[in-house]
Design a protein around this ligand. Structure first.
Ligand SMILES: *Cc1c(COP(=O)(O)O)cnc(C)c1O
Length: 397
C-alpha cells in the first residue's frame, strides 16, 4: 500500500481509550457506519443519534447532558450561541398569526427577531409588565410567553410564579432566559412548585467563563417538546464544535465557585455605589430599592444574584460625561457579554431602547457593570478615578 494511502487508512492499532480526567474530544462532520444495516436503521429521534456531525458527537452529548443536570431538566440541545437558542425556540413555536408575550427589559436581539417574524408572518407581539402578572392576558392565539430573570440592563426580577400560573391556565408554552441565574440562583423547573417548559441559557456567559466561547442551550423536561425543538435544531443545521464543548465542559466544575465569588464582589460594589452621589439609583435584585426585589427573594432563597449591577446616572450628567466615564475606566473593559474573570462596562440610553415610560427609573442613562474576579477595592478605585475625570465636585455645587 502506498505511503500516502497508509496515512489515510490509519490502522489505529494503538489502544484508543485511557482514563484521562477530561474526556476525549470528537471532531466529526462525517461519521462512518459499520454497514448498510446500521446506515438504514439510524433515526434522528434516537437519544444519541451518531449519523452526522450536525446531529451530535459523544462530546456534544456529554456537555448537553451536564447542562440538563445543571438546569434540573431532562433534555438539552446545544446551539452555536445564546441568541441561536432563542431564535430556535421562536422559529419552532411561532407560526402565522400566533401571539407571543414579551417584556421591554428583555434581551433585545430576541425582540428584534420577533419583530422580524411579525413583519414576515404576522406574529402578534404583546408586551407585559414583568412585575405585574395581571398585565399578561393571553388570547386563544397565544403560543409563547417569554420570561427573563432578571431582566436585561435594568435587572428587574419578574413575578415568575404569577406569570407561569396564568400561562398554565391558558396552555401557553413558557420559555425562560435563565442566563443571569446560570442554573444556580434559581431552579427553572422547580420554582416554588411551578415550572417553565423551556429554559434557554447563553452558555457564552458563566458556563464558559472565559469570554472565548459562543454557545447556547435549550433544556426541557417534556420529551414531545424536546423532539419538536430537536427537529428544528436539525433542520436549521445548528451545531457546535467539539473543542468549544470541551472548553465549557472543563469550566463547569468551577461554575458555582466563580458565580458566587462574582456575586459577592458585586454586592461589595453595590454597597459603595449606593453611597456614591453621582449615581441616582443602583439596580441589582438584592437591592431592596430595585423593582422585583421581593420576587428575587422568593425565587432565589439561597441569596445568589450574579455579578451584574447597573447604575442610573444623576440627571446632571450628560451622555458625553458618561462616555468619558466609560473611556476613563482602566480595569473595567468596555464590552458586551459577561461571565469571564474580566470586569466589563456598557452604557445605555434607555430612551433609545424602550418605548414605555420607565417611571421607576430616575434617569435615562444607565451604565451596567459586569463584575469579574478582580479585587473589589481595585474596581471601586477605578470607578472613583473615572468619576473624578468628570469634575464631579464642580458639578455638584
Ligand atoms: C448574552 C445573552 C444572550 C445571547 O447569548 P450569545 O451567546 O451572546 O448569543 C441571551 N440572553 C441573555 C440574557 C444574554 O445575556
Amino acid at each position: 500500500m502506498d505511503k500516502h494511502t497508509q496515512l489515510i487508512c490509519d490502522p489505529r492499532q494503538v489502544p484508543m481509550q485511557i482514563n484521562s480526567l477530561q474526556p476525549p474530544v470528537y471532531h466529526a462532520s462525517t461519521i462512518v457506519f459499520d454497514n448498510t444495516k446500521a446506515l438504514f436503521q439510524r433515526h434522528w429521534r434516537d437519544r444519541y443519534d451518531y449519523s452526522y456531525g450536525t446531529h451530535g458527537t459523544p462530546t456534544t452529548y456529554l456537555l448537553a447532558d451536564q447542562i440538563a443536570r445543571l438546569e434540573g431538566g431532562k433534555y438539552a440541545l446545544l446551539t452555536p450561541s445564546g441568541l441561536a437558542a432563542i431564535v430556535l425556540v421562536n422559529t419552532a413555536l411561532l407560526g402565522q398569526g400566533d401571539e407571543v408575550w414579551v417584556t421591554e427589559n428583555m434581551y433585545s436581539p430576541n425582540l428584534e427577531h420577533l419583530y422580524e417574524l411579525q413583519k414576515r408572518y404576522g406574529v402578534v407581539i404583546k408586551i407585559y409588565n414583568p412585575l405585574d402578572a395581571t398585565s399578561f392576558q393571553p388570547t386563544a392565539a397565544c403560543k409563547l410567553l417569554w420570561l427573563e430573570a432578571a431582566g436585561s440592563v435594568t435587572l428587574e426580577f419578574p413575578d415568575l410564579q404569577g406569570l407561569i400560573n396564568i400561562a398554565k391556565k391558558h396552555h401557553v408554552c413558557v420559555a425562560l432566559d435563565s442566563t443571569w441565574g446560570a442554573g444556580l440562583a434559581y431552579s427553572p423547573f422547580d420554582l416554588n412548585g411551578v415550572s417553565v417548559d423551556i429554559c434557554v441559557h447563553a452558555l457564552t456567559k458563566y458556563p464558559s467563563g472565559g469570554g472565548d466561547v459562543l454557545m447556547g442551550s435549550i433544556v426541557t423536561n417534556d420529551e414531545t417538546l424536546h423532539t419538536k425543538l430537536r427537529r428544528m435544531h436539525t433542520l436549521l443545521g445548528f451545531s457546535v464544535s467539539g473543542d468549544d464543548c470541551a472548553r465549557v465542559y472543563r469550566s463547569l466544575p468551577s461554575l458555582a465557585l466563580r458565580y458566587d465569588k462574582q456575586s459577592k464582589n458585586a454586592i461589595e460594589l453595590l454597597t459603595y455605589l449606593k453611597h456614591e452621589p453621582a449615581f441616582a439609583q443602583v439596580l441589582h435584585p438584592a437591592n431592596p430599592d430595585t423593582l422585583g426585589h421581593q420576587f428575587w427573594q422568593q425565587n432565589c432563597p439561597n441569596g445568589r444574584s450574579a455579578g451584574l449591577v447597573s447604575v442610573v446616572f444623576d440627571k446632571r450628567y450628560s451622555w458625553t460625561d458618561i462616555c468619558r466615564f466609560c473611556d476613563t475606566l482602566q480595569i473595567f473593559k468596555l464590552g458586551f457579554s459577561w461571565g469571564s474573570a474580566t470586569s466589563l462596562v456598557m452604557l445605555y440610553d434607555l430612551s433609545k431602547m424602550r418605548t414605555l415610560p420607565q417611571a421607576h427609573l430616575c434617569g435615562r442613562y444607565v451604565v451596567r457593570f459586569c463584575i469579574g474576579l478582580e479585587s473589589p477595592k481595585d474596581l471601586i478605585d477605578d470607578i472613583k478615578t473615572a468619576l473624578g475625570s468628570l469634575n464631579y465636585d464642580e458639578k455638584s455645587k
